[in-house]
Design a protein around this ligand. Sequence first.
Ligand code: MEV
Length: 428
Amino acid sequence: MSSSRIPAFYRLSVEERRERLREAAGLDPEEMATLCAADALPLEIADIMIENAVGTFALPFGLGLNFVVNGREVLVPMVVEEPSVVAAASNAALVVRGAGGFTADADQGAMIGQVQLIRVPDPEGARQRLLASRPAILRAAERLTPGLCRRGAGPRDLEVRLVRSPRGETMVVVHILLDTGDAMGANATNSLVEGLAPMIQEIAGGEVNLRILSNLADRRLARAGCRVPVAALGRDGLAGEEVAERILYAYEFAWADPYRATTHNKGIMNGIDAVALATGNDWRSIEAAAHAYAARDGQYRSLSTWSLEEGHLVGAIEMPLAVSTVGPAVESHPRVRLALRILGVASARELAAIMAVVGLASNLAAMRALATEGIQKGHMALHARAVSHAAGARGAEAELLRQRLIEAGEVKIDRARELLRSLAQERR
Ligand code: MEV
């Protein structure tokens, strides 16, 4: 990867952008063919991925630019339907790039598989017996996961929790911690807890009910950080110091108020989900984990933290990111393989770390815009392109219509059609 900084990339045609990507990422002719194919996902593959397939569904595949992560240049493939998301993340990455880039890392970690025991006669006794049997249960778990163990991953630990049901019963809940390596690990974890359940029931007494992974993957955390001189944050006639102060207020709002935190975290997930989609990851599990983790102290709060330290705005994020760089989606979806190739990641941990970075960048971009001019100006400038296209304008006329819409300050389809008609009259 040469550089993730490709100035004026957005002004190039799609063909020119592809060429710049080819140069920057060193894509070979086969990878270029995958990038340019009209059909990103062959129908016969779609048909084996899900049930009742009747076609495929496409979304824009863009590139997040300017990212430097742990000193490495990273081009970030992003799949998303919302305008501004790619531009905003790239914009924040450019600001952070000037300050040396992002730091990031992710735990090797483990997935949690849960076994629920109900109607347990002596829950506390069951807990003690299960803990005493920990070595035997873990040995059995190893026998059930030979492939993972061969690859240096596998079962790591066992925990027992007593959980009170709403009807007042004390349920015994066993957690099996399983390092699933570069896989997200849902199948491995579910198979393992299903396999271990009879042994666990035998030891605990009572009856096994559910055996399923927990999506609250809080043993698989990823972290990212950045440190930007406040002077680099000036915008819209406001000095950097004032913008940094207002960003701090924005963060404090999200820390203290769940209504704001939800939107703040949605902005973080804009970037994370876009990378999850591009890399074929289960974004619902990532979303579920993120929001549960955001409420870990009992109140739903911001996933990121921001502070001012010696003239710098310092940002950090920590969140569960149970992602995969192997498995069916990677094997079967040609553009998922391409996305991982563009990212240049060799492991799920590296991918998780970059996703945390993109989340933090998206967050910084959103707060900086919100704390200054607001997001609608930039958003409407981009939205105007889509509205002008929807009104039927193409090529140079579409660009002219886009500008007229922005000048008119009313980016709406009816207005676009009206303006398009007057453009046609001007030409007559
Ligand atoms: C829009 O997709 C995301 C934002 O609302 C995030 C935020 O408010 O922080 C701009």
